[in-house]
Ligand binder design. Structure first.
Ligand code: PGA
Length: 258
């Protein structure tokens, strides 16, 4: 089994002007320890990408965008292509975040195209999937995860699929302060990994990093990261301040994963 490198991602959403983004990145790079077992991914708004790229000096820090369009170029007012993101220095792009799905009407078909476009430009897609509260209460969580995953990865070769990052983000936990318990998150992550094994093979399933997102905070990070199939985190609100995100980056799992 290949070791999976931890990925701790900050999704700033529609927050921070260019100057604030630059100050944050410089401070975090200075203050955070240097790790060889984890990567730190920062996803600022589009406007701050080039400036953050310039000040991002550490190899364990990566740059990501929060969205992309699937076409190369053309008459798509307001959209940004993966070629443009590559040009701005992005290593990763978030795809299918629930806010994109629910506020902006993104469909599974659009999300599949975005995943493919990202890979075409050698940008790693972070595919976000997750159930809404009504789906959880109706016992449909695993079915929703299976459907969203399948529709997004259909047609990928195993060689590409193993590079994918999946973020499990239960919609009821995002920005609400209601984190999934480590057990609930582990159950979903284990299921996603099983699905990947069934859709591709065990090698792919073991290689794909599966992040948890939804009200991750300094006080719940250690217990989440202790679970075997939680390979990292996608952090919104608690990533906006250096102090809290630094604590999350410095998560500790005593005695290894359980
Ligand atoms: P949250 O957001 O940490 O503020 O819940 C997570 C996300 O939407 O990625």
């Amino acid at each position: 089994m290949k070791p999976r490198k931890t990925l701790i991602a900050a999704n700033w959403k529609m927050h921070k002007l260019v100057h604030d983004a630059v100050v944050y990145v410089k401070q975090l790079q200075q203050e955070a320890g240097v790790f060889d077992d984890r990567e730190v991914l920062l996803a600022p708004p589009f406007t701050a990408l080039p400036a953050v790229r310039i000040v991002m000096e550490r190899n364990d820090f990566k740059l990501g965008a929060q969205n992309c369009h699937w076409e190369e170029q053309g008459a798509y007012t307001g959209e940004i292509s993966c070629g443009m993101l590559k040009d701005a220095g992005c290593d990763y792009v978030l795809v299918g975040h629930s806010e994109r799905r629910h506020i902006f009407g993104e469909t599974d078909d659009m999300i599949r195209r975005k995943v493919n476009a990202a890979f075409k430009h050698k940008i790693t897609p972070v595919l976000c999937i997750g159930e809404v509260l009504e789906e959880r209460e109706a016992g449909k969580t695993l079915q929703v995860l299976e459907d969203q995953l399948k529709q997004a990865v259909t047609g990928l070769t195993p060689a590409l699929a193993e590079q994918l990052v999946v973020a499990y983000e239960p919609v009821w936990a995002i920005g609400t302060g209601k984190t999934a318990t480590p057990e609930t998150a582990q159950e979903a992550h284990g299921f996603i990994r099983k699905q990947l094994a069934a859709m591709f093979d065990k090698g792919v399933a073991n290689a794909v990093r599966i992040l948890y997102g939804g009200s991750v905070k300094p006080d719940n990070v250690d217990a989440l990261m202790a679970r075997p199939d939680i390979d990292g985190l996608l952090v919104g609100g608690a990533s906006l301040e250096v102090a809290s995100f630094k604590r999350i980056v410095h998560y500790q799992v005593a005695g290894g994963k359980n």
